[in-house]
Design a protein around this ligand. Structure first.
Ligand code: FMN
Length: 199
């Protein structure tokens, strides 16, 4: 018989689960060794097919339900998001046995006061990623083509952008020998919904 004895107490109630999700995501921004620091981000290509890639989580605003990462405006993902802002993020925390699947739509930020501030504080090596002359995703004849072009003639800021995912649903899954638990959270114009889900 399965018991609830082994569940962390915050996983007994939907409200405390929701809080634990935002706490863990906020920590994932600052803890470079946490698996949540590098989630998988999903967008939709023009033909409707899914596209996935790893990104570095740079921001979490629980009040705004917003997650942020940086990217190059020349990248495929940026182009995809301009055509279709629907997107998702996936997190897996192996030690905690948690999976988070978040969905929402993106807000694209470029050439704002905030991007300027972040750019000025960024390491030169990180800025170099945006200085490459050849747009990310371009087919090139040599594996070193991108590296050779690193000393590009523009400072990279032109292509530095932020992507903000405004979260509208979260699917939370906790794996436990005592019985898995799963929960659903959604935010609509009429308010918030939350429910347990069969795992
Ligand atoms: C650990 C890791 C972190 C990454 N972080 C980012 C990131 O924050 N932003 C980004 O645009 N690409 C990042 N990438 C590269 C992407 O996964 C992807 O290869 C690249 O952005 C091109 O994706 P696209 O063609 O779908 O635009 C990262 C890759 C890895 C392996």
């Amino acid at each position: 018989m399965k018991t609830s004895g082994s569940y962390p107490p915050q996983y007994d109630q939907l409200s405390t689960i929701e809080q634990s999700i935002w706490d863990r995501l906020s920590n994932s921004v600052v803890d470079r060794h946490c698996p949540g620091h590098t989630p998988t981000f999903g967008s939709l290509a023009k033909d409707g097919s899914p596209r996935l890639r790893t990104v570095v989580l740079r921001g979490c605003d629980a009040d705004q339900r917003r997650l942020t990462f940086h990217t190059d405006q020349r990248s495929r993902k940026w182009q995809q998001l301009q055509s279709d802002p629907r997107a998702s993020m996936h997190f897996y925390f192996p030690k905690a046995k948690l999976q988070y699947r978040l969905q929402g739509s993106v807000m694209l930020e470029r050439a704002t006061e905030r991007t300027q501030q972040i750019w000025q504080r960024m390491d030169h090596s990180a800025q170099d990623c945006y200085r490459v002359k050849t747009a990310p995703g371009t087919f090139v004849p040599e594996p070193t083509s991108r590296a050779v072009d690193t000393a590009g003639d523009h400072d990279g800021y032109r292509d530095f952008t932020r992507v903000h995912l405004r979260v509208t649903t979260i699917d939370w899954l906790f794996l436990s020998a005592a019985g898995h638990r799963r929960a659903h959270f959604a935010w609509t114009e009429s308010g918030q919904e939350q429910s347990w889900v069969a795992p």
